[in-house]
Design a protein around this ligand. Structure first.
Ligand code: BTN
Length: 272
Protein backbone atom coordinates (compact mmCIF):
# COMPACT_ATOMS: atom_id res chain seq x y z
CA UNK A 1 0.00 0.00 0.00
CA UNK A 2 1.45 3.41 -0.94
CA UNK A 3 1.98 5.88 1.92
CA UNK A 4 -0.75 8.13 0.53
CA UNK A 5 -3.32 5.39 0.36
CA UNK A 6 -2.62 4.26 3.91
CA UNK A 7 -2.73 7.83 5.23
CA UNK A 8 -5.90 8.68 3.30
CA UNK A 9 -7.54 5.69 4.87
CA UNK A 10 -8.50 7.51 8.06
CA UNK A 11 -10.58 10.07 6.12
CA UNK A 12 -12.38 7.83 3.62
CA UNK A 13 -16.14 7.34 3.80
CA UNK A 14 -15.67 3.78 5.04
CA UNK A 15 -13.59 4.97 8.00
CA UNK A 16 -15.70 8.01 8.74
CA UNK A 17 -19.25 6.62 8.51
CA UNK A 18 -19.13 4.97 11.95
CA UNK A 19 -17.90 8.26 13.40
CA UNK A 20 -20.61 10.46 11.85
CA UNK A 21 -23.28 9.94 14.43
CA UNK A 22 -24.37 13.38 15.52
CA UNK A 23 -27.15 14.02 13.02
CA UNK A 24 -26.16 17.30 11.41
CA UNK A 25 -23.21 15.86 9.50
CA UNK A 26 -24.52 12.41 8.64
CA UNK A 27 -22.89 9.77 6.42
CA UNK A 28 -25.02 10.68 3.39
CA UNK A 29 -23.49 14.18 3.21
CA UNK A 30 -19.85 13.11 3.68
CA UNK A 31 -17.72 13.61 0.55
CA UNK A 32 -14.09 12.57 0.49
CA UNK A 33 -11.68 13.41 -2.34
CA UNK A 34 -8.04 12.43 -2.46
CA UNK A 35 -7.12 15.65 -4.27
CA UNK A 36 -9.21 18.67 -5.12
CA UNK A 37 -8.30 22.24 -6.01
CA UNK A 38 -10.18 23.70 -3.05
CA UNK A 39 -12.81 22.10 -0.83
CA UNK A 40 -14.45 25.53 -0.52
CA UNK A 41 -14.72 25.81 -4.30
CA UNK A 42 -16.10 22.28 -4.55
CA UNK A 43 -18.57 22.80 -1.69
CA UNK A 44 -19.81 26.02 -3.28
CA UNK A 45 -20.43 24.18 -6.58
CA UNK A 46 -22.25 21.38 -4.77
CA UNK A 47 -24.38 23.89 -2.85
CA UNK A 48 -25.31 25.60 -6.11
CA UNK A 49 -26.33 22.20 -7.46
CA UNK A 50 -28.60 21.64 -4.46
CA UNK A 51 -26.45 19.75 -1.93
CA UNK A 52 -28.17 19.95 1.44
CA UNK A 53 -27.24 21.60 4.70
CA UNK A 54 -24.77 19.39 6.56
CA UNK A 55 -22.80 18.28 3.51
CA UNK A 56 -19.07 18.23 4.25
CA UNK A 57 -16.34 18.05 1.62
CA UNK A 58 -13.02 16.66 2.84
CA UNK A 59 -9.79 16.35 0.86
CA UNK A 60 -6.52 14.62 1.65
CA UNK A 61 -4.72 17.36 -0.29
CA UNK A 62 -5.58 20.54 -2.20
CA UNK A 63 -3.87 21.99 -5.26
CA UNK A 64 -5.39 25.46 -4.92
CA UNK A 65 -6.25 25.86 -1.24
CA UNK A 66 -7.60 29.35 -0.59
CA UNK A 67 -7.05 31.56 2.43
CA UNK A 68 -8.64 34.85 3.42
CA UNK A 69 -7.91 38.03 1.53
CA UNK A 70 -6.93 36.21 -1.67
CA UNK A 71 -4.07 34.29 -0.05
CA UNK A 72 -3.30 30.66 -0.75
CA UNK A 73 -3.40 27.88 1.84
CA UNK A 74 -0.55 25.34 1.82
CA UNK A 75 -2.28 21.96 1.47
CA UNK A 76 0.21 19.08 1.20
CA UNK A 77 -1.41 15.62 1.04
CA UNK A 78 -1.40 13.03 3.79
CA UNK A 79 -0.88 15.19 6.85
CA UNK A 80 -3.48 17.86 7.57
CA UNK A 81 -7.19 18.48 7.54
CA UNK A 82 -8.87 20.45 4.73
CA UNK A 83 -12.64 20.47 4.73
CA UNK A 84 -15.65 22.65 3.96
CA UNK A 85 -19.13 22.50 5.44
CA UNK A 86 -22.26 23.51 3.54
CA UNK A 87 -24.59 25.41 5.87
CA UNK A 88 -27.99 26.78 5.00
CA UNK A 89 -28.88 28.81 8.05
CA UNK A 90 -31.87 31.09 8.22
CA UNK A 91 -29.66 34.02 9.11
CA UNK A 92 -29.69 37.72 8.34
CA UNK A 93 -26.47 38.75 6.64
CA UNK A 94 -25.10 40.67 9.61
CA UNK A 95 -25.03 37.47 11.69
CA UNK A 96 -23.15 35.34 9.19
CA UNK A 97 -19.71 36.54 10.39
CA UNK A 98 -20.54 34.98 13.77
CA UNK A 99 -20.24 31.56 12.12
CA UNK A 100 -16.51 32.13 11.67
CA UNK A 101 -16.15 32.89 15.38
CA UNK A 102 -18.29 29.86 16.28
CA UNK A 103 -16.10 27.65 14.07
CA UNK A 104 -13.04 29.00 15.86
CA UNK A 105 -14.50 28.02 19.22
CA UNK A 106 -15.21 24.45 18.04
CA UNK A 107 -11.71 24.22 16.57
CA UNK A 108 -9.99 25.53 19.71
CA UNK A 109 -12.00 23.12 21.85
CA UNK A 110 -11.20 20.24 19.52
CA UNK A 111 -7.41 20.70 19.60
CA UNK A 112 -7.56 21.26 23.36
CA UNK A 113 -9.46 17.99 23.77
CA UNK A 114 -6.73 16.32 21.69
CA UNK A 115 -4.28 17.30 24.43
CA UNK A 116 -2.90 20.56 23.06
CA UNK A 117 -2.61 23.26 25.71
CA UNK A 118 -2.43 26.94 24.88
CA UNK A 119 -4.55 27.19 21.72
CA UNK A 120 -5.53 30.78 21.11
CA UNK A 121 -8.05 32.42 18.80
CA UNK A 122 -7.14 35.54 16.88
CA UNK A 123 -9.96 37.60 15.43
CA UNK A 124 -11.56 36.82 13.11
CA UNK A 125 -10.41 33.47 11.74
CA UNK A 126 -7.07 32.27 13.08
CA UNK A 127 -6.21 29.46 15.46
CA UNK A 128 -2.75 30.04 16.92
CA UNK A 129 -0.30 28.29 19.16
CA UNK A 130 2.69 30.16 20.50
CA UNK A 131 1.94 32.97 18.06
CA UNK A 132 2.08 30.60 15.08
CA UNK A 133 -0.74 29.56 12.86
CA UNK A 134 -2.24 26.16 13.62
CA UNK A 135 -5.47 26.58 11.67
CA UNK A 136 -7.56 28.98 9.63
CA UNK A 137 -11.19 29.44 8.65
CA UNK A 138 -12.58 30.75 5.38
CA UNK A 139 -16.33 31.45 5.27
CA UNK A 140 -17.87 32.31 1.91
CA UNK A 141 -21.50 33.10 1.35
CA UNK A 142 -24.19 33.45 -1.27
CA UNK A 143 -27.08 35.70 -0.30
CA UNK A 144 -30.73 35.93 -1.26
CA UNK A 145 -31.87 39.45 -0.49
CA UNK A 146 -31.11 40.24 3.14
CA UNK A 147 -30.52 36.63 4.15
CA UNK A 148 -27.81 34.04 3.60
CA UNK A 149 -28.74 31.43 1.02
CA UNK A 150 -25.86 29.19 1.88
CA UNK A 151 -22.58 29.59 3.71
CA UNK A 152 -19.49 27.54 3.01
CA UNK A 153 -17.26 27.32 6.05
CA UNK A 154 -13.83 25.97 5.16
CA UNK A 155 -11.29 24.85 7.74
CA UNK A 156 -7.61 24.10 7.38
CA UNK A 157 -5.92 22.53 10.42
CA UNK A 158 -2.23 21.63 10.55
CA UNK A 159 -2.32 18.20 12.15
CA UNK A 160 0.66 15.97 11.41
CA UNK A 161 4.16 16.38 10.03
CA UNK A 162 6.17 19.51 10.50
CA UNK A 163 5.46 23.05 9.41
CA UNK A 164 8.99 23.19 8.03
CA UNK A 165 7.62 21.18 5.11
CA UNK A 166 5.41 24.12 4.09
CA UNK A 167 6.51 26.74 1.56
CA UNK A 168 9.26 28.96 3.01
CA UNK A 169 7.07 32.05 3.51
CA UNK A 170 4.54 30.05 5.55
CA UNK A 171 6.88 27.66 7.38
CA UNK A 172 8.14 30.13 9.98
CA UNK A 173 4.68 31.37 10.88
CA UNK A 174 2.98 27.98 11.05
CA UNK A 175 2.91 25.12 13.51
CA UNK A 176 1.33 21.66 13.50
CA UNK A 177 -0.45 19.78 16.27
CA UNK A 178 2.24 17.08 16.01
CA UNK A 179 4.99 19.60 16.70
CA UNK A 180 3.26 20.65 19.91
CA UNK A 181 2.03 17.23 21.03
CA UNK A 182 5.12 15.28 20.03
CA UNK A 183 2.97 12.68 18.28
CA UNK A 184 0.68 12.30 15.28
CA UNK A 185 -3.10 12.35 15.57
CA UNK A 186 -5.66 10.36 13.61
CA UNK A 187 -7.18 12.96 11.29
CA UNK A 188 -10.50 11.13 11.13
CA UNK A 189 -10.83 11.24 14.90
CA UNK A 190 -9.96 14.93 15.01
CA UNK A 191 -12.42 15.72 12.20
CA UNK A 192 -15.26 13.75 13.80
CA UNK A 193 -14.66 15.44 17.13
CA UNK A 194 -14.66 18.86 15.48
CA UNK A 195 -17.94 18.16 13.62
CA UNK A 196 -19.51 17.02 16.86
CA UNK A 197 -18.45 20.15 18.72
CA UNK A 198 -19.41 22.39 15.82
CA UNK A 199 -22.90 20.88 15.79
CA UNK A 200 -23.34 21.62 19.49
CA UNK A 201 -22.26 25.23 19.13
CA UNK A 202 -24.28 25.74 15.96
CA UNK A 203 -27.48 24.54 17.61
CA UNK A 204 -26.77 26.63 20.70
CA UNK A 205 -26.19 29.69 18.49
CA UNK A 206 -29.42 29.23 16.53
CA UNK A 207 -31.49 28.53 19.63
CA UNK A 208 -29.98 30.91 22.18
CA UNK A 209 -28.04 33.49 20.21
CA UNK A 210 -24.41 34.57 20.15
CA UNK A 211 -23.77 35.20 23.89
CA UNK A 212 -22.34 31.76 24.81
CA UNK A 213 -20.22 31.60 21.66
CA UNK A 214 -18.89 35.06 22.43
CA UNK A 215 -17.99 34.12 26.02
CA UNK A 216 -16.16 30.99 24.90
CA UNK A 217 -14.43 32.84 22.07
CA UNK A 218 -13.18 35.47 24.51
CA UNK A 219 -11.82 32.71 26.75
CA UNK A 220 -9.66 31.42 23.90
CA UNK A 221 -8.73 34.90 22.63
CA UNK A 222 -7.40 35.99 26.02
CA UNK A 223 -7.45 39.66 25.09
CA UNK A 224 -5.52 41.55 27.69
CA UNK A 225 -7.04 44.94 26.99
CA UNK A 226 -3.54 46.35 26.72
CA UNK A 227 -2.40 44.49 23.68
CA UNK A 228 -1.29 46.71 20.82
CA UNK A 229 -2.80 45.76 17.50
CA UNK A 230 -2.70 47.10 13.98
CA UNK A 231 -6.03 46.74 12.26
CA UNK A 232 -6.30 46.70 8.50
CA UNK A 233 -9.81 47.49 7.34
CA UNK A 234 -11.29 48.41 3.98
CA UNK A 235 -10.94 52.06 4.93
CA UNK A 236 -7.30 51.90 6.03
CA UNK A 237 -5.03 51.02 8.95
CA UNK A 238 -5.60 51.85 12.60
CA UNK A 239 -3.43 51.04 15.61
CA UNK A 240 -4.80 50.67 19.11
CA UNK A 241 -5.57 48.19 21.88
CA UNK A 242 -7.81 45.18 21.30
CA UNK A 243 -10.36 45.37 24.11
CA UNK A 244 -13.28 43.07 23.56
CA UNK A 245 -15.66 41.37 21.18
CA UNK A 246 -19.03 43.07 21.00
CA UNK A 247 -22.42 41.37 20.92
CA UNK A 248 -22.38 41.39 17.09
CA UNK A 249 -18.94 39.78 16.81
CA UNK A 250 -17.08 42.99 16.01
CA UNK A 251 -13.62 43.45 17.50
CA UNK A 252 -13.52 46.53 19.75
CA UNK A 253 -10.29 48.49 19.51
CA UNK A 254 -9.35 51.58 21.55
CA UNK A 255 -7.60 54.05 19.26
CA UNK A 256 -4.81 56.35 20.37
CA UNK A 257 -7.29 59.23 20.77
CA UNK A 258 -9.40 57.12 23.17
CA UNK A 259 -12.21 56.50 20.67
CA UNK A 260 -13.56 52.98 20.33
CA UNK A 261 -13.53 51.41 16.90
CA UNK A 262 -15.77 48.43 16.19
CA UNK A 263 -14.24 46.37 13.39
CA UNK A 264 -16.69 44.20 11.46
CA UNK A 265 -14.34 42.92 8.74
CA UNK A 266 -10.61 43.26 8.61
CA UNK A 267 -7.40 41.77 9.81
CA UNK A 268 -5.41 42.40 12.97
CA UNK A 269 -1.73 42.05 13.67
CA UNK A 270 -0.25 42.09 17.13
CA UNK A 271 2.44 44.73 17.55
CA UNK A 272 5.46 43.90 19.70
C1 BTN B 1 -7.07 31.63 6.36
O1 BTN B 1 -6.53 31.53 7.45
O2 BTN B 1 -6.72 32.52 5.57
C2 BTN B 1 -8.17 30.70 6.00
C3 BTN B 1 -7.65 29.38 5.51
C4 BTN B 1 -8.73 28.38 5.15
C5 BTN B 1 -8.17 27.15 4.50
C6 BTN B 1 -9.22 26.10 4.29
S1 BTN B 1 -8.51 24.55 3.81
C7 BTN B 1 -10.10 23.94 3.45
C8 BTN B 1 -10.87 25.05 2.80
N1 BTN B 1 -10.65 25.07 1.37
C9 BTN B 1 -9.98 26.14 0.98
O3 BTN B 1 -9.64 26.38 -0.19
N2 BTN B 1 -9.75 26.93 2.02
C10 BTN B 1 -10.28 26.39 3.25
Amino acid sequence: MSPCVSRCEELTRASMIPRLTNGMFGPEGYRFEEVVDSTNRMAMTLAQEGAPHGTVVVADGQTGGRGRLGRSWASPPGVNLYFSMILKPELPLERVAMLTLLTGVALAECVTAAGLDGARLKWPNDLLHGGRKLGGILAEMTARGERARYVIVGVGLNVNGRATGFPADVAQRAVTMAEVLGRDSNRGEVLADFLHRFTGWYRCFLEEGFASVRAEWLGYARLTGGERVRVTTESGEVTGEALDLDERGCLMVRRGDGGILRVMTGEINFER
